[in-house]
Each structure stands twice: as C-alpha cells, then as structure tokens.
Design a protein around this ligand. Structure first.
Ligand SMILES: [Zn+2]
Length: 375
C-alpha cells in the first residue's frame, strides 16, 4: 500500500494483525487489522484498503460520542486538576496574540464542546461548526456566537476563517495532504490552524484504534503541515498528556518546506506492539483475582478487559462525571470506594501508570492498583 503522506510503498508491522483492536469511541473491535510504516517518510499508518474503509464506515455508523459520561466531554487529568480537553487547548491558544474579533471554525465539532468553551471565553467571535453528520445541527446552532453549521465533507464549507480547529480529526483522515490543502484555502491571510492528535509514542494503545489511519509523531505532524503550506508557530507534546498539538499559520512567501528527519520508528513501533501483547498477557494472569477492577473507562480499559477475557467486578475512574455510572455492564467507582482486598489493573502507558498507582495505593498502604510490565 502507498504511504498516505508521501505515496512511497509502506512496510507492514508483523505483530499487529494478531491483536484485538478498539474503536475511537471505546468499543472492542476484532483482530485482523493492518499497521504499516513508510520507509521513506517514517509515517506510521493503517493501510487504507477496502477492509479499512468498510470498517471505518461501520464504526461511524454506530458512533457513540462520550457515552461513558452521559455526553459530557472527557476530562484530562493534569497536575492542575481535571480539565476538559477544549479548555486546555484554549488556555494555550488564547495566550497568543490574536485579533479581537476572529472567525473561528471547528472542523469535526462533534457535540460542540470546543465551540461552547470558545463562546464563553470569546463571546465576540463569530463561530462556525462543521461535521460529517447532521444530527447535532440544532444543538450547535444554539451555542451563542455560532453563525453556521456545515454538514458533510469539507468541500461543503464556505467562507474564510481566521482560525480553524482540528481536534482529534486528522488521525481519521485517509488523505491528510489533500484535506489540509483544502483547509488552507479556507483561511484568511495570516490565518491559523490548531491541531490536536493522539501521540502513540506516549500511549501505545492509540495504535490499536481501528478507525485511526494516521499515528503521528512530532516530526511527522510538522512535516505534513509544512508540506501543506503551513509554518509551525508552536507545538509538540505535553499540552494534553498522550496527545500532540500544533499551531500553524499559512506560510507567507513561497518557502520550501523544512526537512525533518526521524529515525528508529520501526523499532519503536515493534516495541510498542510487543508491549501491548505483554500487557494483555499480564492481565490474563490477574484474571483469577477477586474482586477485580480496571482503572479507566475508555480505550485502554475496554481493550484490556476484552482482549484478556476479563470479567471485572468494577471499573475505577477519577472523573466524577463517570462515577456511579455503569461501564461494560459493571459499576464505575471512585478510587476511594475501592475495597482494600481488591486488585485493580491500571492499563496506562508505563510511567503514567506508575504515577497513578503510587498515588492511589497510598491510602491503602499496599499495592491494590497494579501496573503493567515495563516497556
Ligand atoms: Zn511516506
């Protein structure tokens, strides 16, 4: 299959097809997918063959956005406490020098969380939402400041904008180069693009997401934006844990794109895939423990539960919006409600898992929360 970024022939990752997968809305998905790396530009990707296209269609046809918390946006836990992803993105973006009145478009606006946050913080801006489906049209138009909602693909979008948001969109797009070039034409001179995507280097579970066809690194995201006519203003990892971000503006003069090299991607992906299989095997060994809990109520928790054939008694989530609800038919508990004789598996990337387990084990004085093997 040709690389989605540079059209060079890609190479497949051998261990991937045997792993069960998960959808971006946290439902288990059968094994049998393909993962590939481009030997020329090193981009990690899913070959977009007819099987991928059919699966993506099936996933989107029954998509359930944020069903774990009754529709409220997923919280990101940082040292400064729990905050919705939109607020973290805006904290940073709104600290940049921006005109007083901007026209801002959110592509893939979903339930409108980002538009709502923008509306509260910049009530004078003209806001626009775009999404594939039309189901949320009235909900989006009801947000203060929203002038228009575009449904369908991006060719349906009319007008010019000062800021275009792409939060967790680009990893779903099978032709990212054409997509970004089309968006670039919708920007006013000096206009800006704000991108958030998952970061598999911090979170190997992202590679398992069946409907994500692109898996970015800092260099591959920057290289793509460069090639599509953008200059990077700021970006990297660390704004939201396990995610990459980039703010980019249209390049003014016809400068040639910046060359960004990258090594060892193949070895890193192989290691990540091996680690996922080890984490699953570790969970299988913990299967007889009772009462058994799983930390989290999203992609990694679903995948570990189903891939290891676990029947947990409960899930644990620090997000108050999720506590008291059910997940995969089991109750979601606050960490403080966990009984000391329990075992709770923490399916998070190494490093993050240790921090969470250390903190949550403290009141018990013993290891109740267990971490997967090291990478
Ligand atoms: Zn390539």
């Amino acid at each position: 299959m040709a690389c989605l970024l540079c059209a060079h022939e890609t190479e497949e990752v051998a261990g991937f097809p045997a792993l069960m997968r998960v959808t971006s809305d946290s439902r288990i998905w059968p094994a049998g997918g393909r993962l590939a790396i481009c030997p020329q530009c090193h981009a990690v990707q899913k070959p977009v063959d007819s099987a991928f296209q059919q699966e993506a269609k099936d996933i989107y046809a029954s998509y359930q956005l944020y069903f774990q918390s009754g529709g409220s946006e997923q919280k990101i836990f940082t040292e400064r406490g729990a905050r919705p992803r939109s607020e973290l993105l805006l904290d940073h973006l709104l600290s940049l020098p921006l005109p007083e009145h901007c026209a801002a478009l959110d592509v893939g606006c979903g339930a409108g969380n980002l538009l709502q946050a923008l509306s509260r913080r910049r009530p004078g801006w003209a806001l626009y939402g775009a999404d594939i489906g039309d189901q949320r049209r009235e909900q989006i138009l009801a947000i203060h400041g929203v002038k228009h909602f575009f449904s369908g693909d991006i060719s349906a979008i009319e007008g010019r904008f000062d800021i275009i948001f792409l939060s967790h969109v680009l990893e779903h797009v099978p032709s990212p180069v054409a997509f970004l070039r089309q968006l670039a034409m919708l920007l006013n001179p000096g206009g800006m693009l704000a991108v958030l995507v998952p970061h598999w280097r911090e979170n190997a579970f992202d590679l398992l997401v069946a409907d994500h066809c692109m898996h970015f690194t800092v260099p591959s995201l920057h290289r793509l934006l460069n090639e599509c006519g953008f200059s990077i203003l700021s970006g990297g990892s660390g704004l939201c844990p396990k995610e990459l971000w980039a703010f980019a503006s249209l390049r003014r003069e016809e400068k040639s794109p910046v060359a960004i090299g990258e090594n060892n991607v193949k070895a890193e992906v192989d290691k990540a895939i091996a680690w996922l299989a080890q984490a699953r095997d570790w969970a299988m060994k913990c299967r007889p423990h009772t009462p058994l809990g799983i930390f989290g109520t999203a992609i990694a928790a679903t995948w570990l539960t189903r891939a290891a054939g676990l029947a947990p008694n409960f899930f644990v989530d620090e997000d108050k919006d999720r506590q008291g609800l059910a997940y995969l038919g089991r109750p979601v508990l606050a960490p403080a409600a966990v009984l000391p004789e329990s075992t709770v598996l923490v399916p998070l990337p190494p490093g993050i898992a240790e921090n969470v387990a250390d903190r949550l084990n403290r009141p018990f004085g013993k290891p109740v929360f267990l971490v997967p093997p090291a990478l």
